[in-house]
Write a protein that binds this ligand. Structure first.
Ligand code: APR
Length: 310
């Protein structure tokens, strides 16, 4: 039997997710969105079905506003919510998106209680916290998608600066999804060569800074709305690791219970994604500077979570 993928939110990110998941034949897809003037989720699903003969995929793709239709989903990917506009921080979305995430969490809890849930809605670390609180799902079943995107951005910027293939750059980004995030150049390699051996500090600082502000750079260019191609692909990478039990080690906002000295908060850490969901959080031996940066980003996440009053 095919896997079932529910996409809650069929906007910019949701529709790209649907297209990639279909092209990769990851399973049958249900796009759930609120009814607008008509029903765009149904329209997008039908459009994707009509694209299938050119791309040769077999998948049932449907649109709905009814949570009953997500029953039996293996994975639920949540992008419901408002994106940023130029001049806004992710935290500015809190009031509006907390209501949406609470609504979505109740729908998923009642209709897909066994699904692995991947949250993309911003402000990410707080929204995944709220989703987890409302659903009460086990911690392995809930992950926030941000670190995989932040790491992709870090790798892309390094490849651009160094003039090497992005494929050969390995590294990770920890922390909250915002300007306090913690890219780890010390542990980054280029085809096995330590980054510090081939890049000067000025280059590294430039890339770290650009990574921390990468979302804002895109929002400024768009004017309205935020990034969608790279967030969608980052979610697909995690979803595939779960659905195919690939056991990839990726960065994601997982519930820490003692790891990195963090207790009771979701924050970006390296996670092993298997058929069990978040099978494990991997701990890195950080140096004092990195520990201090992780502490700063943790304080920021705590502050945003406190504003949720949950
Ligand atoms: N239930 C389901 N869908 C909803 C709900 C809800 N309660 N409220 C809003 N939506 C839908 C909207 O109708 C819209 O189609 O969520 C979709 C969001 O799509 P976009 O506005 O295009 O936003 P997108 O760029 O996809 O970003 C979604 O992810 O990265 C984050 O910051 C981003 O919070 C934003 C989210």
């Amino acid at each position: 039997m095919r896997k079932k993928i529910a996409l809650i939110g069929g906007g910019q990110i949701g529709q790209i997710l649907a297209m990639i998941a279909a092209q990769k034949e990851m399973g049958d897809i249900v796009i759930l969105d609120i009814p607008d003037y008509e029903n765009p989720a149904k329209g997008k699903a039908l459009d994707l079905m009509e694209m299938a003969p050119h791309v040769n995929y077999d998948a049932n793709i449907s649109g709905t506003s009814d949570y009953k239709d997500i029953e039996g989903s293996d994975i639920v990917i949540i992008t419901a919510g408002k994106p940023r506009e130029a001049g806004m921080t992710r935290e500015d979305l809190l009031d509006i998106n907390i209501k949406i995430i609470t609504d979505v969490a109740n729908g998923v809890k009642n209709h897909a209680p066994n699904a692995f849930c991947l949250v993309l809605t911003n402000p990410l670390d707080a929204m995944v916290y709220v989703f987890h609180k409302v659903t009460g799902f086990p911690k392995n079943q809930v992950l926030g998608m941000a670190g995989t995107l932040d790491t992709a951005r870090f790798r892309s910027f390094l490849a651009m600066e160094l003039g090497v293939s992005v494929v050969d750059i390995a590294g990770t980004v920890l922390g909250g999804h915002g300007p306090t995030m913690v890219p780890l150049p010390r542990l980054t390699t280029v085809g096995g060569v330590p980054l510090a051996d081939i890049a000067d500090q000025a280059l590294i600082d430039r890339v770290v800074d650009r990574t921390r502000n990468a979302g804002t750079e895109i929002v400024k260019l768009f004017g309205k709305g935020s990034a969608f191609f790279s967030p969608a692909w980052s979610a697909i990478v995690i979803a595939e690791s779960y659905l195919k039990d690939k056991r990839r080690v990726l960065s994601g906002a997982a519930l820490c219970e003692g790891e990195y000295g963090i207790n009771g908060y979701f924050i970006g850490v390296p996670v092993l994604i298997s058929a069990k969901g978040v099978e494990k959080i991997l701990e890195i031996s950080l140096n004092d500077d990195e520990k201090a940066m992780l502490q700063t980003t943790m304080e920021k996440v705590k502050q945003t979570v406190a504003e949720c009053n949950i």
